[in-house]
Unconditional design. Structure first.
Length: 156
């Protein structure tokens, strides 16, 4: 069983996961771009987690495609992204120099936007939830499974 944590930074979810990040200074096991996970064969990963990282990738749909490609048929992806309000507050904190967020935010997600992007990547959404944050907002959490090859038959 292979489990990976995409965009782990310096906070890998567990020692039992392979931490993947594109920043050489991160405490990752593998340094690579999460839009190209070619080191993994098709249908070879059982669990993929990504916590507040995909909004920092320019081609987010390609990340979802790669997750779909590498997931086993019974595998699961747990994806957390910042909500639109959370991302706007982070950008404002940067501008006002209240707190420095080091990474560019390419995407802000509403509930419908994140669901649409995940489906465009071919994943089948099992459930959607809101995760609390330190701010008075929430993040979006999607639990997804491998979608049907070459088709997007998601109805969620």
């Amino acid at each position: 069983m292979t489990s990976i944590d995409l965009g782990c930074g310096n906070n890998k979810i567990s020692k039992f996961f392979v931490g993947i990040d594109n920043h050489p200074g991160a405490q990752a096991d593998v340094t690579c771009d999460m839009t190209n996970l070619s080191m993994y064969k098709d249908s070879s990963v059982t669990v993929v987690t990504s916590r507040r990282a995909i909004q920092h990738v320019e081609d987010d749909v390609q990340v979802f495609r790669e997750i779909n490609r590498i997931l086993t048929p019974d595998g699961v992806a747990i994806i957390e992204v910042a909500s639109t309000l959370n991302a706007v507050v982070s950008k404002t904190f940067n501008r006002l120099k209240i707190k420095k967020y080091r990474y560019t935010v390419f995407h802000t997600y509403s509930k419908s936007t994140i669901k649409k992007r995940v489906k465009e990547g071919g994943l089948k959404i099992v459930t959607y939830a809101k995760a609390p944050t330190k701010l008075p907002f929430y993040n979006h959490v999607i639990i997804a499974m491998k979608g049907e090859s070459g088709e997007n038959k998601n109805t969620t």
